[in-house]
Design a protein around this ligand. Structure first.
Ligand code: HEM
Length: 505
């Protein structure tokens, strides 16, 4: 007997008290935006403004778009479950946050993965001081000169793709198909190995790439916690990759690195990939052993990150481009004409010739607009920041979501946003006043691999268009519905398309 003579009444009192206390706890921040004088959307206890995400009706990107469309305020408050988040709608304010006043917003909101030596070495997750050092060491890899050296590896992989497709023509799931190319091309350029996805049809690396992009309960929970509950990531030591997959990748890299080192044995040769670049820069003279080891580990860790950051995103972009080309044959034909002109003029794909393929550039730009690939971009205020010409002070620690899918689908910037119109990018006036188009992010923290991704995608598409065509089939969705269980924006029904040789009817 605790409170009354009846255990039933006691239990009811205890249960109600606990429920009340829990309710008070999860709603403790719900007056935050009111106190700040910021317009906000009324949250629901336990889910905040993300009820549709929890019930799997919509993706995070679509949920934020619905709210974005309901207001003309330059910024507004929402609650991700119990946490206040500032959402930016003004392109001018976004330019300040991402570029001009970047020093206030150098971090992301996502978990930092500090439980793992590997993840905490990844550029994407690092805090400013570590990030600055890593970014300055990695940036030289993506200069024009270095990319030119990687072009041959990407071209060879595209040729291999041509052979693979020739043997597998018919109805194929476009993303699965493109993952084979992006995996082989990224591991060739950054690990210096043959991923054998195209040569063997399905290799160990192909299986790892599929596990990374798979919509499984494990992946959904991990992605959700990285985004919304970062402290649980460290507590439960959550990693993106299964340990066995990670060990496989680390071993593949080290074996390739050591064998190249032994082969070269100090001889300076042509730099063809990332491994050569690492050997070139890992000159131990004048560097302490511990500094050498930490640089080597950083370079190796980021190779794994390039794999994770590049395979899924580039395959997503390519498969959505295939989808749009299948649904818009006139656009596919126009892109093919450009490729034939390019081959007529240059005879082969060179770094210079791909710069001339402007229509394919426009197609990729339009794919990047319509299919943002990530749900949101994010930043965190490192110090109090006074927003010019308003009374708002964004307090230190405030999490900021950039609803870039909503910007890209905003009628004001892109008339008839549901339509795929590459010509939108003809006059290059996008982002003239403020930032509203950012498929690769913007500012000092934008995508490091953008130029590599653009180069590889163009080489791949040019090789494809020269010999093949793509059409819709019975299983092709008439429009794309995004899968609400994934952090990446992917098609819920897959993208089944019919691939044919150019001379086939
Ligand atoms: C179509 C392909 C790709 C798309 C659409 C894409 C998109 C993005 C976006 C939106 C960001 C966040 C930027 C921001 O917050 O402002 C990002 C970051 C990043 N991406 Fe990509 N990406 C692609 C391919 C790649 C590739 C191929 C690599 C590496 C080889 C790569 C490496 C990175 C890295 C390292 C970061 C973190 C940058 C930092 O925090 O400094 N990405 N990417």
């Amino acid at each position: 007997m605790l409170l009354t003579s009846s255990w039933i009444i006691d239990s009811a009192i205890i249960l109600s008290t606990l429920t009340y206390l829990f309710y008070k706890y999860v709603t403790r921040n719900f007056d935050y935006w009111k106190k700040q004088g910021v317009f906000y959307f009324e949250p629901t206890p336990f889910v905040g403004n993300f009820a549709d995400v929890v019930t799997m009706k919509k993706t995070v990107a679509e949920t934020l778009k619905t709210l974005y469309d309901k207001t003309d305020e330059p910024y507004f408050g929402v609650f991700a479950f119990d946490e206040p988040i500032l959402v930016i709608k003004s392109p001018e304010l976004l330019k300040l946050i991402l570029i001009k006043d970047f020093t206030y917003f150098r971090q992301r909101t996502i978990a930092e993965g500090s439980h793992s030596k590997l993840i905490s070495n990844w550029l994407f997750f690092q805090r400013y001081s570590a990030w600055k050092k890593t970014r300055s060491k990695l940036s030289p890899i993506f200069t024009s000169g270095k990319l030119k050296n990687m072009l041959h590896s990407v071209s060879d992989t595209s040729e291999l793709f041509g052979h693979y497709l020739n043997d597998h023509l018919g109805v194929l799931e476009a993303k699965e198909l493109c993952v084979k190319f992006t995996t082989d091309s990224i591991v060739k350029c950054f690990f210096g190995i043959n991923g054998k996805c195209l040569e063997e049809g399905h290799s160990d690396l192909n299986a790892i790439s599929e596990r990374v992009s798979e919509i499984s309960i494990r992946n959904s929970i991990i992605q959700f916690l990285y985004m919304f509950k970062p402290f649980l990531v460290d507590l439960f030591r959550l990693d993106f990759l299964k340990k066995s997959d990670l060990d496989y990748l680390l071993k593949a890299f080290e074996t390739s690195f050591n064998s190249r080192k032994a082969q070269k044995n100090g001889i300076k040769g042509k730099v063809v990939d990332y491994i050569d670049l690492m050997l070139e820069s890992e000159d131990t003279n004048g560097t302490s052993t511990s500094e050498y080891e930490s640089d080597h580990y950083m370079a190796m860790a980021n190779t794994i990150q390039f794999y994770l950051a590049g395979v899924e995103t580039s395959a997503g972009s390519l498969s959505f481009t295939f989808y749009e080309w299948a649904m818009n044959p006139d656009i596919q034909e126009k892109a093919r004409d450009e490729v034939f002109d390019m081959f007529k003029k240059h005879g082969k794909i060179t770094y210079e010739s791909i710069q001339e393929m402007e229509y394919i550039d426009m197609c990729l730009a339009e794919t990047g607009r319509k299919y943002t690939l990530f749900q949101i971009l994010d930043r965190k205020a490192e110090n109090d920041y006074k927003v010019p010409d308003t009374g708002l002070i964004i307090k230190k620690g405030t999490k900021i979501f950039i609803p870039y899918y909503a910007f890209h689908m905003d009628e004001k910037y892109f008339p008839e946003p549901q339509k795929y119109i590459p010509e939108r990018f003809l006059d290059k006036t996008v982002n003239a006043d403020g930032i509203y188009y950012m498929p690769f992010g913007e500012g000092p923290r934008s995508c490091l691999g953008e130029r590599f991704a653009q180069m590889s995608m163009k080489i791949f598409l040019a090789t494809f268009l020269r010999s093949f065509k793509v059409e819709p089939c019975d299983k092709t969705p008439s429009e794309i519905t995004f899968n609400p269980n994934s952090f990446a924006m992917i098609s819920k029904d897959g993208i089944n398309l019919r691939f044919k040789r150019l001379d086939e009817n």
